[in-house]
Design a protein around this ligand. Structure first.
Ligand code: AHG
Ligand code: MN
Ligand code: MN
Length: 370
């Protein structure tokens, strides 16, 4: 085993903190706790069909970190991962509260622990519908500040968090990232100064900096969309995909390749490292669900990473990060990846808005407008 001179996640975070002499170190501590959660989830999913003996079977060894199910029933990996996130981060005094795709309401920090100024928002396991066939899955997280409200002086310190505290646009994220549990476990992170990637050294159990400055190529010949939904697509999306499929002899004058893994975090990773465009756009399938992906847990953190890597993330009509959330589990149409392709898709949306005013489905005040 050799100790390479690659920086660890801890070293990277300490170096970043030097840019902010007044910083307390709480954000760094929180990110390290999240990275521990990701290591634990990565280990757990690696047991596959065997089942992780640490989470499935009763053990009284460490009640503070007891991740198994109450009553011994088997729990979905999503819920195990949710529990791991909570238990590894709630104790530290850095968090005011958390919200997860797997919980209907915000998680309150137990009174036994101190409460801090950050909000942790996460999708504990993304792509989990593919876990049974051993496809790469991941955990996505976003860190926000607890908004300071006018009444703060009258509130007891460490008040309970409310849903409204979390309803902040993606531009307010302090940090965001994801872990990918693939052939190697990786952690991709932005603290607002570009995007960096770490690979888990399985010998040391440490994340090592392997991708110091990730930049998304601005152009691509690869797109990802679930084309079984094509009959529900809006005209700008249909137009874009049709033009890609027309290839060299079509309006784009080049051939495109297509990918669909059904694990968004794995698609985001591919797009980040070698370019491409990913779409889960708003469609007409179910008017109550404008898109498939969740704004707070998926679109915003991945959106910040894309933008910080020089790519772009859009609803088609506006930057994802500009959307004002109205509820915790809100869904949104998403297009992200190589800048020039995303901008092209946005142009097609703008064109259609003017061209299709005669079509009430897509008109300014119809059901399907953002
Ligand atoms: P999750 O596993 O957290 O529920 O999210 C699943 C999402 C995303 O990972 C993926 O891109 C998409 O759902 C898959 O959708 P399809 O079933 O339409 O392929
Ligand atoms: Mn998800
Ligand atoms: Mn999930």
């Amino acid at each position: 085993m050799s100790l390479s001179n690659r920086r660890t996640l801890t070293q990277y975070l300490i170096e970043q903190r030097r840019r902010f002499p007044g910083a307390s170190g709480e954000l760094n501590a929180l990110i390290l706790d999240v990275s521990l959660a990701c290591k634990a989830i990565g280990r757990s999913v690696a047991f596959g069909a065997l089942g992780d003996p640490n989470t499935d079977q009763a053990s009284d060894a460490d009640p503070g970190l007891d991740l198994k199910l109450q009553g011994g029933a088997s729990k979905s990996m999503d819920l195990v991962a949710n529990e791991i996130f909570i238990r590894t981060t709630e104790w530290s005094g850095n968090l005011a509260g958390m919200a997860s795709e797997e919980m209907d309401a915000p998680h309150q920090i137990p009174v036994a622990y101190a409460r801090g100024k950050y909000l942790l928002v996460f999708d504990p396991l993304d792509g989990s519908s593919t876990i049974d066939v051993n496809v790469s899955v991941g955990s996505i997280f976003s860190i926000l500040r607890l908004p300071s409200d006018a009444n703060e002086a009258e509130e007891p310190p460490g008040r309970d968090v409310t849903e409204a505290d979390f309803l902040q646009p993606g531009t307010r994220q302090v940090a965001a990232g994801y872990a990918l549990y693939g052939p190697a476990t990786m952690l991709i992170l932005t603290v607002g100064a570009g995007v960096v990637g770490f690979t888990l050294d399985p010998n040391l159990g440490e994340f090592k900096l392997t991708h110091p400055d990730i930049r998304i190529p601005p152009d691509t010949q690869e797109f990802a969309i679930n084309s079984s939904n094509s009959r529900f697509w809006e005209p700008p999306v249909k137009r874009y995909v049709d033009e890609c499929l027309a290839g060299k002899t079509g309006p784009r004058g080049k051939d495109f390749n297509m990918r669909w893994i059904a694990s968004m975090v794995a698609e985001a990773h591919r797009v980040l490292l070698r370019g491409g465009v990913f779409m889960y756009p708003r469609d007409t399938r179910d008017p109550r669900k404008p898109g498939r992906l969740r704004l707070l847990y998926e679109a915003n953190p991945i959106g910040l990473i894309m933008e910080q890597a020089g790519g772009r993330a859009s609803t088609g009509r506006q930057p994802v990060l500009g959307v004002q959330p109205s509820e915790l589990q809100q869904r949104v149409g998403v297009v992200f990846g190589s800048r020039n392709e995303v901008e092209r898709i946005e142009r097609y949306h703008a064109d259609t808005a003017t061209r299709d005013v005669a079509n009430p489905l897509f008109a300014e005040r119809s059901l399907f407008r953002d």
